[in-house]
Ligand binder design. Structure first.
Ligand code: ADP
Ligand code: MG
Length: 318
């Protein structure tokens, strides 16, 4: 099969036809019409075989995840997803693999109204780069830098599930299927993110672990935080690990949660809860911001956890 047949067969018609994509797959460039006054929110992520996913992972789930991580970035800005582009590097043409991959990518595209408008296809070690493009009204984007002392810190969903799945896989243990789904099929919190426009003072999506990612918000906003670890939303399986080993690393520093962490004024807590309910998503208040810089984590005992825990960094030593 030629490169062009492959593109036509698997990637020419993904996601809903949108009138604002005047030209999509098939020409040298896509032509996109940004509504006047709106800002374009853009983000790109690359998933490399053997680094971000196991070479033999389910291609349908990989298709889903490769778009989901980008949609999670749009969610974290409060942006409305619109278009995507896809750069695929494949070791060989495997039609079963391509069919499954494009099915997973297409299903999530349809769920969020995102049209795939172009890309690039090359031969080489398996990797997937997806760029996402979203729209956000003037002043609507939620940055990392707007948090204020006194704000509450919130997270969506539960923390550490993907990290526990990864741990089970690496240990060669039986992997719980619900946890595996959290690792391989994250659900980007797009509705929640959009709903928090004008309400959240700062927001980030959790890809590298709560401690590291919240740390970015604290630094950008020039504030510090105290978290009450007893309040962290944990699935029963993660709670069990934390309780038995007294080890908080799963919820604090394992990656791939793809939940949202955001700050909002204490007085807006009820509005936050209403928006979370409308978005069909659990949200939990886990701590408070202060002027004192740094992240402090209070254990259920009342003592402070000795941290130094950071998230995943591809370029860190060791
Ligand atoms: P060019 O050589 O002009 O850069 P390509 O031959 O790379 O164009 O791609 C031809 C068309 O197919 C372009 O519109 C491009 O955006 C699209 N395309 C290529 N690969 C993909 C892909 N994996 N997914 C979606 N569109 C793709
Ligand atoms: Mg060209």
């Amino acid at each position: 099969m030629s490169e062009f047949d492959l593109i036509r067969r698997y990637f020419a018609d993904i996601g809903p036809v949108r009138p604002d994509a005047a030209l999509g797959v098939g020409d040298d460039c896509a032509l996109l019409e940004i509504p006047p006054g709106q800002a374009l929110a853009v983000s790109i992520d690359t998933l490399v075989s053997g680094v971000h996913f196991f070479p033999d992972c389910d291609p349908e789930r990989l298709g889903h995840k490769s778009l989901a991580v980008g949609l999670s970035d749009l969610a974290a800005m409060g942006a409305e997803p619109a278009w995507s582009t896809l750069a695929l590097t494949l070791p060989a043409v495997d039609e079963d693999w391509l069919r499954s991959f494009s099915r997973g990518f297409a299903r999530l595209s349809a769920a969020h109204g995102v049209r795939l408008v172009g890309g690039d296809t090359t031969r080489g070690p398996l990797s997937v780069s997806v760029q996402v493009h979203g729209l956000v009204p003037p002043g609507g984007a939620i940055r990392r830098s707007g948090a204020r002392p006194g704000d509450r810190v919130f997270v969506s969903g539960t923390l550490g599930d993907a990290g526990l799945a990864l741990r089970q896989i690496l240990d060669g243990a039986d992997v719980d299927e619900a946890l595996r789904g959290r690792l391989e099929c994250p659900e980007p919190r797009v509705r929640l993110g959009r709903g928090l426009r004008g309400l959240a003072t700062a927001m980030i999506d959790l890809s590298d672990g709560l401690a590291a990612d919240l740390g970015h918000v604290l630094q950008a906003s020039g504030v510090g935080a105290e978290l009450e670890l007893a309040r962290l939303p944990l699935s029963p399986m993660v709670a069990d690990v934390v309780q038995r080993a007294g080890d908080w690393s799963l919820p604090l520093s394992s990656g791939d949660d793809y939940e949202l962490c955001f700050c909002a004024a204490e007085a807006d807590a009820a509005r936050v809860e209403a928006i979370a309910q409308a978005a069909g998503c659990q949200v939990t208040a886990i701590g408070t911001l202060s002027k004192v810089s740094g992240l402090r984590c209070r254990l259920p005992s009342g003592d402070l956890l000795e941290t130094g825990m950071t998230g995943y960094d591809h370029f860190s030593a060791g």
